[in-house]
Design a protein around this ligand. Sequence first.
Ligand code: AMP
Ligand code: MG
Length: 326
Amino acid sequence: MDDKLKDPSATKRLRTDAAGIAAAADSLRAGGLVAFPTETVYGLGADATDGRAVAAIYAAKGRPSFNPLIAHVATVEAALALGEFDADAEALARAFWPGPLTLVVPMAAGAGISDLARAGLDTVGLRVPSHPVAQALLTAAGRPIAAPSANRSGHVSPTTADHVLDDLDGRIDAVVDGGATEVGVESTIVACLGGAPVLLRPGGVPREAIEKVIGRPLTASTGEATIAPGMLASHYAPQAGLRLDVMAPAPGEALLAFGRDVPVADGPVLNLSPSGDLAEAAANLFGHLRTLDAAAACGIAVMPIPGEGLGEAIRDRLARAAAPRS
Ligand code: AMP
Ligand code: MG
C-alpha cells in the first residue's frame, strides 16, 4: 500500500471487456483494491473475507473511523447463504435484488466476512447490484466484495471513472471504466434483525415500494435501536474496561499489544501487529478485542498506537470502546 500511495501511475483504467474484468477479478482475489461501477455510484472493492484487503480500503479513502461496509455478491442465492434471512428479509431480497437495496441481517455461521468489514458486529450488510459490470466482476471474483463509495473520505460519491481517479489515482490498483452510473444516490438500507424491518438509510429503492412488499410500515431508526452510519449506537463495544496508551499493564490486566517492544504482563496478551504494520493491526483489531474481552478478568490495557494513516481509525475505535457507557 505504501508504494501505491507514492506512485501516481499505479492505478490501471480497465475496460469492461472480458480481459478487463478478468484482470480486475484477479486483482481482487489477490487482495487488491478495484473500483467498479454499480447502478448507484462507483464502489471501491476489496475481498470482504480478507481483513488486510478491507484495511486497505480505509487507508486509500483516508477514512478516520471504521463503519460496517456492504458486502456485494452476484446472485440472490449467494447473498442468502451469507446471512440469516427472516421472512421479511427474504421477501425483500427476492423483490428488489439485483438492485439498489442493502439488507442488514445476522451473519450466517461460516460466512467468512471479515470482522473489519463488519466493524466487529454480528450482522452483515448485503447487496446484489444490478449493473452489468458489477455483475460480471462479482461473478468472476467469486467471493463477497466489500465496496464503500470510491472517493476520499469527506468527498462526494463518484459517478464516473474520472471522478474515482481524481480522488484515488495512485492509491488503488485499478478502476473498471463502465461510464457514468445511472442513479447516483446510494442504496436504501433496511435492517431485518427480528421484529419489524428498520429503515437505516433512504436511497435508490423508495420506502413505499419496500412497505408494499412487507405489508406494513417500515420502522424509523431511532435511539438505541439505531445501527445506521455514523450513529452506530449499538456498535460492538467490549464489556471489559479499556485503558489506552498503556506501557505498563496492571496486575491481571489483559494486554492488547502493538509492535516489537511489548512490556511484561501477567494477563493474556495479543499483539495487533508484532512488526508494527497498521494494516495488519486494523485487520486484527475486532477479533483481538473480542478474544481479550472474553478472557479479561480486570480490564484490557492497550499499548500506544501511532496516529497516522490507518492508526487514526484504529485509535478512534479504541477511544470509543474506552469511553464510559451509560
Ligand atoms: P455505504 O456508505 O453505501 O458503503 O454503506 C455503508 C453503510 O451500510 C454503513 O455505514 C452502515 O450504515 C450500513 N451497514 C453495512 N453493514 C452493516 C451492518 N452489519 N450493520 C449495520 N449497518 C450496516
Ligand atoms: Mg460514501
